[in-house]
Design a binder for this molecule. Sequence first.
Ligand code: UDP
Length: 331
Amino acid sequence: MRILITGGAGFLGSHISDLLIQQGHEVIGMDNFITGRPENISHLMGHDQFTFIKYNVCDYLHVDGQLDAVMHFASPASPQDYLEFPIATMKVGALGTHKALGLAKAKKARFLLASTSEVYGDPLVNPQPESYWGNVNPISPRGVYDEAKRFGEAITTAYHTFHGLDTRIVRIFNTFGPRMRPKDGRVVSNFIVQALQKSPLTVYGEGMQTRSFCYADDLVRGIVALLMAPNDGPATISDEQGVKGTTDRKVTIHYPVNIGNPRELTVLDIAKMVLSQTGSPSPIEHLPLPIGDPKVRRPDIQRAKSVLNWEPQVSLEDGLSKTIDYFKSIV
Ligand code: UDP
């Protein structure tokens, strides 16, 4: 397949490009480097299955030749980043998704949207199944990301129902691994860098809020499985799940699919794991909890298991150890 991936120089975009190239596909990466980094794809430059276009996906999109799939991964994705770039976050989630959908339609290509567990907001249901509609405050600091991604899901679904576009939506939960930026502000990268530099680990609030962390290799395997899943399949999921409030009686491959690791920990647990795995003497320092920080988050992955035959394989301990090695090599 010939596949365009927006955000191709990002943490996830670059790992997805690697996997697709390994599987024999041709990849066109697109990125404007707001949060993506050239070093994430430097090993792919010159590869005959990879080309790169530096571009803002909110502008009119044109790609020469045939395309079989468009994967829309461009977006600031860490809370710190979307606080710094609130308008760019809304534009890429709204205007960028529209442009990427238009390109997919023109090329008769399959479209995959990178959505997020943030569509569930500060969830009142735990774990979160895809059928949960969420609890989002549009004007909280996180609203720019949450609402842009919710808009993205809505317009992607509209292109499917109105234009018959073959669409996929993945709801990505917390992910970690090599190529995260040391200063991207997310919890795993912050704690590892702080531990390696022997500075205090900054736990926000009491640290009793929970998250569930998926290693990048597991996550991209699930995303590529969703992209490659047959168009007519499989509607084998329970009839009730996810269809409440829609006109459809059966869940199809065009419905959102959660991809993440269901092992749930408190932020304090993660801090302690990082300290023990790095052997760092760093103390823990409590800082104020950011506004709108979700209290719990854990994916229900029943749908991914039954539709994609996917579940995570890398333990948190093994993933952390590989990620710690990566950060040791760059900080
Ligand atoms: N967090 C923390 N210390 C940090 C960074 C994050 O305690 O240095 C907390 C944050 O408040 C949240 C959790 O860790 O409860 C995960 O934060 P992250 O920014 O990784 O992503 P989120 O899941 O909130 O989108």
